[in-house]
Structures are given as structure tokens and as C-alpha cells.
Design a protein around this ligand. Structure first.
Ligand SMILES: NC(=O)c1ccc[n+]([C@@H]2O[C@H](COP(=O)([O-])OP(=O)(O)OC[C@H]3O[C@@H](n4cnc5c(N)ncnc54)[C@H](O)[C@@H]3O)[C@@H](O)[C@H]2O)c1
Length: 306
């Protein structure tokens, strides 16, 4: 689908990635954001993008935002910060997607682009392609994403929807919030420039992608893939270890702290310690990540320090 001259709803549009997508789409489209501002900021929305403020698990909020003239819904709204074993997060995220899909179906809107995650793969061999199975997530958040993908599959195959599922690597850049490793290291080093506590053994190794590349790749996939369900990994071809992130953040801040490791092979229960997505399918569709994971981390660190 050509993303020009369209009426577009972005759920979670006032959040980190959603607000960057609004910026990308607003000049050429009529964009409406829906967000309860639980983890987003109204001020992140660009000029010309209206906000429907409310909780999208409420069908009235979905009805206010999703009307029959909408061409596509980019569905970002999610609770991503719950405790690792909070099963409520599974219910909330699936309820969100159910409410959005039900409303779309009611008013005849059939295009939805959904932000899934690498965590649906669990601890899979790397680089992990989209058709890897069995999908065995190890966190409630991962299970919620897999549940949402499977619900949207039903809407694609039994209700005529076109679905784009984006399985994100770790996305970084301006407006990334605490709870992610780069802003957490910056915050800790501002409090104590001498010592940095690192969760796990520091050898966790994941792929990071800059948010501008992420929204670029999202638009490319929506514009070029037209199956009923289009599932694409979005990431870079390389990885960055947590200790390397600590080195980059320290370097960008002009510091040389001592590292203290909490130990163990992962940061927390449900953390997938090693992740690298295969991006061959994305590359075959004509979008190539041009920077490394380390480049994305360094660029985002500089931007977050500004
Ligand atoms: N950032 C990443 O590295 C990453 C990686 C994998 C997947 N994702 C997924 O991408 C999407 C965007 O991530 P993000 O990092 O921008 O997160 P974010 O928290 O910044 O954005 C989500 C937005 O949804 C809003 N929201 C939450 N619950 C809501 C509700 N019930 N009703 C209305 N709005 C609600 C929040 O206020 C927030 O603005 C999420 O679905 C996330 O799970 C992100």
C-alpha cells in the first residue's frame, strides 16, 4: 500500500517509536494518534497530528479513533514495562489488540501494521529467520506478542485483513525511556560517575537498530509486501554486548567507571540473553540496514545525552 494521501491511525502514537512514525507519515498523510499517555508524551507528537487520549482496551476509545474512512492502523500501543511474571500484561496487551481488531472489523477497516518483537522466538538459534519454529517465548511480554500475532492472523485469514507483523530487535534513539539499557546506564553514571552496576555478566549480546531506520523499514515493508500476513524481522546484521554498551556510553560521557556485575547469564528472569534476527527476508524485499548495531548504540547515546 502506498503511504501517501492516506488516513492513518497510530495507536501508541505518543510513545517512543510511534511518535517517530507519526513524524515520518504526517507530511504526506492525515495522521491521528491514540494514546493513554501512560508511557508517552503529547509533546512528542508533530504538528498536525491530533491525539485521541484514552485507554484502547475501552471499545469507546477505539470507536472514537477508528472510523470507516481509515486506510490503515499502525498498532503500537502496548504495556511493555510490567514485571516479568505479571500475567495481567498478557491479558492487557491481548485485550488491546482484540479491541482494535474488533473495531476495525466493525467499520470495514482491513489494514493493520503490528509491532511485535524478537522475544516471540524465545532462546532460538541465531540469526533467527521469520519461519523459525517452535516459537517458545520465555516472558509474559513475549507470550503477549505471540498471542496478538495469532489473533491478527485469524482476522487476516477469516475476515479479509492484511496484516504486517514487525518483529523488532532492540530499537534505540531519541525519546527512548528508562527501563532500556542505554538510558539506564546514562542515569546511573549521572548519579555515580565512578562505578557502573551492570545486570548479569555483561556478555548478553543483542542486536540494536536506530529508530529512524526502524520506521523507514516499517514503511518499506507496508509499501512492498501484500500477502494476507506479512511477518518481517527488523534489525541490524550485528550485535552489541552489554559491556560494549557500557563502554560506548562511558566514552560518550567522557568517563572511565569501574564495572560491577550482578552475575548470571541474563539481566532478569525472562530476559533472552542472546538475540540476532535474520534480516534476509527484509533485504530480499529491498531494504538493507546500512549501519551496525554498535553504530546504532553510539548514535542513540549521543542523541540521548543532548
Ligand atoms: N522499543 C523497542 O525496542 C521495542 C522492541 C520490540 C517491540 N516493541 C514494540 O513496539 C511498540 C512501541 O514500543 P515503544 O518502545 O515505542 O513503547 P512505548 O511504551 O514508548 O509506546 C507505547 C505507547 O502505547 C501507549 N499505551 C500503552 N497502553 C495503552 C493503552 N491501553 N491505551 C492506549 N495507549 C496505550 C503508551 O502510553 C505509549 O505511548 C510496542 O508495542 C512495543 O511492545 C518495541
Amino acid at each position: 500500500m502506498n503511504l501517501t494521501g492516506k488516513r492513518i491511525v497510530v495507536t501508541g502514537g505518543a510513545g517512543f517509536v510511534g511518535s517517530h512514525l507519526c513524524e515520518r507519515l504526517a507530511p504526506d498523510n492525515d495522521v491521528l494518534a491514540v494514546d493513554d499517555l501512560s508511557n508517552g508524551e503529547r509533546s512528542w507528537l508533530p504538528d498536525g497530528v491530533e491525539l485521541v487520549e484514552g485507554d484502547l482496551t475501552d471499545p469507546d476509545v477505539a470507536a472514537a479513533a477508528i472510523t470507516g474512512d481509515v486506510d490503515v492502523v499502525f498498532h503500537f500501543a502496548a504495556d511493555k514495562n510490567a514485571a516479568a511474571d505479571d500475567v495481567e500484561q498478557f491479558r492487557r496487551n491481548n485485550r488491546l489488540t482484540e479491541t482494535v481488531a474488533t473495531r476495525m472489523d466493525e467499520v470495514g477497516v482491513s489494514n493493520v501494521a503490528f509491532t511485535s518483537s524478537s522475544v516471540v522466538y524465545g532462546e532460538a538459534p541465531r540469526p533467527t529467520p521469520e519461519d523459525y519454529a517452535p516459537l517458545e517465548p520465555i516472558s509474559i511480554y513475549g507470550a503477549s506478542k505471540l498471542g496478538e500475532e495469532s489473533l491478527l492472523s485469524v482476522y487476516a485469514h477469516s475476515h479479509g485483513f492484511t496484516v504486517w507483523n514487525y518483529r523488532f530487535a532492540n530499537i534505540v534513539g531519541p525519546r527512548l525511556q528508562p527501563g532500556s539499557v542505554i538510558p539506564d546506564f546514562i542515569g546511573k553514571l549521572r548519579e555515580d560517575p565512578e562505578t557502573l552496576t551492570i545486570l548479569g555478566d555483561g556478555r548478553q549480546e543483542k542486536s540494536y537498530m536506530h529508530v529512524e531506520d526502524c520506521v523507514d523499514a516499517m514503511c518499506h515493508v507496508a509499501e512492498h509486501a501484500d500477502a494476507a500476513v506479512n511477518t518481517y524481522n527488523l534489525g541490524t546484521r550485528t550485535t552489541t554486548s552489554v559491556t560494549t554498551i557500557a563502554d560506548i556510553v562511558s566514552d560518550e560521557m567522557g568517563l572511565d567507571p569501574a564495572y560491577e556485575f550482578t552475575g548470571g547469564d541474563r539481566g532478569w528472569v525472562g530476559d533472552v540473553p542472546r538475540m540476532r534476527l535474520s534480516v534476509e527476508k527484509l533485504s530480499a524485499l529491498g531494504w538493507e540496514p546500512d549501519g551496525s548495531s554498535d553504530d546504532a548504540v553510539r548514535r542513540a547515546t549521543g542523541e540521548l545525552l543532548e
